[in-house]
Design a protein. Structure first.
Length: 220
């Protein structure tokens, strides 16, 4: 089993819960960090001293406080941690439900496991850590099903259209946003054409139904 684990979580109650589960796995050395910058520094120091961590357990989102941070979220921490320890095992423990985000964690950030914070998350966390220790990449059936339900590949432009539409933005407001952020094409005609194509792809009768579908499968 893992011998040295770094937990990056800014909620005290969640930290205690994670610690209890690690104790059940007889992991002897656990350390906590409440900020991503602090966690990265611990990783660098341990690697320099030739006492590296075996496992990183990290949340994705952190509340802002008075401490100024360079790393803003768990994704940025994992990216930098990989530079320090390329083979470091990483388990994400988060409330994140969007299939697109979770899929990206595996494909882009090469995480080893994802555990959703829920009523029975302790058992799932322990099982995931055991499997990761044995060399598996762990993805729950629920997450796998959600990712498989994404009907086709969407690029950043499509996702931004859907995100703005879900917020209630009108087409002229969407156009203004795309133009400001240099996301082309941003003409009203082009926006209308792409939304029509997206509705057809999702099999939706209108924009409202399309947004409901996207939320159901975790795209937005």
């Amino acid at each position: 089993m893992f011998k040295k684990v770094l937990i990056v979580e800014d909620q005290e109650v969640a930290n205690l819960g994670i610690l209890r589960n690690l104790e059940e796995l007889s992991i002897p050395h656990c350390e906590f960090a409440t900020h991503c910058d602090e966690a990265l520094q611990r990783l660098k120091t341990s690697a320099t001293e030739n006492k590296p961590y075996d496992l990183l357990i990290a949340d994705l989102s952190f509340e802002k406080d008075h401490v100024r941070q360079h790393l803003k979220n768990g994704q940025e921490l994992i990216r930098e941690a990989r530079k320090v320890q390329p083979e470091l095992k990483v388990v994400v423990f988060s409330v994140e439900k969007r299939a697109r985000i979770i899929d990206d964690l595996y494909k882009t950030y090469r995480i080893d496991g994802f555990v959703s914070k829920s009523r029975n998350d302790g058992k799932e966390l322990r099982n995931t850590i055991r499997k990761v220790f044995e060399g598996e990449t762990v993805m729950s059936q629920e997450i796998l099903n959600a990712i498989r339900n994404i009907p086709f590949a969407l690029d950043a432009y499509d996702l931004k259209l859907l995100e703005l539409l879900a917020k209630g933005s009108k087409q002229h407001e969407i156009q203004a946003y795309l133009k400001e952020h240099q996301m082309q094409p941003y003409s009203i005609r082009s926006i209308e054409k792409r939304l029509n194509e997206l509705r057809d792809s999702f099999g939706a009768k209108n924009n409202i139904e399309m947004i409901v579908i996207c939320k159901d499968i975790g795209l937005i």
